[in-house]
Design a protein around this ligand. Structure first.
Ligand code: ADP
Ligand code: MG
Length: 458
């Protein structure tokens, strides 16, 4: 019993089939009962009126053809039907009875139609005084009607069983067919692991709920695969960038261990190089830690910030640090809701690039302006520019346009900038012309922040 319950519980197909068959069977049984009771009622009513008609026929014959004698067989025939049993009494004495009664005698009954058992079978009986001391008793055996109802019931039960069985088999087949994609989905899901993230569920058939489920599942796999790939690439790139300075440190310490420490010049060079490599590693680790912090969506310390002041500071600092590049700024008072430290870091990464990837005696312009609900900061350089095909990947972690180029960066600056600006509900766009220069535009919502739904259209 428990195993049967478990089996039913384990399959939606079986459950659905049984459920609908139970509904079908209940409906059929109810319909069958209505038919049987309806037929029974109609047949009884017909018998009833036949009996009443018979009594009134006899009464009419006696009244219109007064001379007809009570024992005249014609009178009994007035009952008009072979199915009826008739007895006529005069002053309590049986005068005449219908031949189909044989030697049966009806029990005395004076009243409206009722059902009694006579010699083991159900009969309807009715008796009436029709005047002049004449009493007529009519009975209607229900044998034929009962037989008819029994045959009808049998037929209905047979039809119900047949229909339910048919519904069960065809329902089970069609439900299991419909749910087949679910079984495929389950198998595929079991098969998928991190090594097999490129697997997809084949999409076929009508665009029903199961199709949408498989589609959603494929989309989820797509995202997982992308995330997993970028995670792998990230780890590979980070370890690659750490390996170079480590190799440098190792080779110089080897050198020093063997003979270098006795040579003053070599010793000096080794210390310089090891310090440089350590610094580079420290910078990478710091950048990675900061990126991890930004990506974990930290709570920022938002304050009302004047963009003009921030740009002025950054531009002056940048100018002081780079001698052969001119850094200028044009700005007006513009307020945004921002975390000053984070935003400064994001803008610095852009200004740093504008200086680093510039030409000899090039220039960097920082301009702030308002565009709709946004404060826009453009960082424009007259530098080496970026090829169009590199633009889509520019904000990816560890992406460097020309990785063979002697670069001091790790390719994390733009990724960091973008993450920070997204944390401020802003956006960053880039336009560039190869060998002519680039413009990075940072969009930040104007202070006060628009309340959703109220100022949204402003
Ligand atoms: N203003 C720019 N002009 C030209 N190339 C740029 C500019 N800014 C960024 N790039 C390119 O985009 C790459 C990624 O920039 P970034 O994420 O800041 O990394 P990096 O640490 O190399 O500066 C850089 O390596 C460089 O090739
Ligand atoms: Mg950079």
């Amino acid at each position: 019993m428990k195993r049967l319950k478990d089996y039913i519980g384990s399959s939606i197909g079986i459950r659905l089939t049984l459920y609908y068959c139970a509904i079908l069977l209940t409906t059929l049984v109810l319909c069958g009962l209505v038919v049987i009771f309806g037929m029974n009622f109609a047949l009884t009513k017909e018998a009833n009126s036949k009996m009443n008609l018979a009594i009134s026929n006899i009464q009419n014959s006696l009244e219109t053809e007064g001379k007809i004698s009570l024992n005249d067989p014609e009178l009994v025939d007035q009952a008009g039907s072979l199915e009826l049993w008739v007895e006529i009494y005069k002053d309590g004495e049986l005068i005449s009875k219908s031949p189909n009664l044989g030697n049966i005698n009806l029990p005395y009954y004076n009243g409206p139609v009722k059902s009694i058992l006579l010699k083991g079978q159900e009969v309807l009986i009715s008796g009436k005084d029709i005047g002049d001391g004449v009493f007529v008793e009519v009975a209607h055996p229900l044998k034929r009607e009962k037989h008819f109802l029994a045959v009808l019931s049998g037929l209905l039960i047979f039809l119900m069983m047949g229909a339910t069985l048919f519904a069960m088999v065809s329902g089970y087949i069609s439900v299991t067919n419909t749910l087949k994609p679910l079984a495929i989905l389950t198998r595929k899901v079991k098969e998928i692991n991190t090594g097999k993230l490129d697997e997809r569920i084949p999409l076929s058939g009508p665009k029903d709920e199961l199709y949408l489920l498989a589609q959603a599942f494929n989309e989820m796999l797509e995202r997982l695969e992308k995330g997993f790939r970028s995670q792998q690439e990230f780890v590979a790139a980070a370890s690659h960038d750490l390996r170079t300075p480590l190799a440098v440190i190792k080779s110089y310490t080897d050198l020093l261990k063997r003979w270098g420490k006795d040579d003053k010049k070599i010793l000096e060079e080794s210390i310089q190089t090891i310090a440089g490599a350590t610094q580079r590693m420290e910078r990478l680790v710091n950048d990675l830690l900061f990126l991890a912090r930004v990506e974990s969506k930290p709570r920022l310390n938002f304050v009302k910030l004047n963009i003009r002041e921030l740009i002025e500071e950054i531009a002056k600092e940048a100018q002081a640090l780079s001698q052969n590049i001119s850094v200028t700024f044009t700005s007006c008072d513009l307020f945004v809701n921002a975390d000053e430290d984070y935003l400064r870091r994001a803008l610095w990464a852009l200004v740093d690039n504008a200086i680093k990837y510039n030409k000899e005696n090039g220039e960097v312009k920082i301009i702030s302006r308002q565009e709709g609900n946004f404060a826009v900061i453009d960082i424009i350089d007259s530098g080496i520019g970026i090829k169009e095909e590199a633009l889509p990947r520019l904000f990816e972690k560890f992406y460097r346009v020309d990785s063979s180029r002697q670069s001091t960066g790790f390719g994390l600056g733009l990724a960091l900038s973008k993450e920070i600006i997204l944390l401020h509900q802003g956006n960053i766009k880039v336009t560039s012309k190869y060998k002519e220069g680039s413009t990075f535009s940072v969009y930040l919502p104007i202070y006060p922040p628009a309340i959703k739904g109220k100022n949204a259209s402003r």
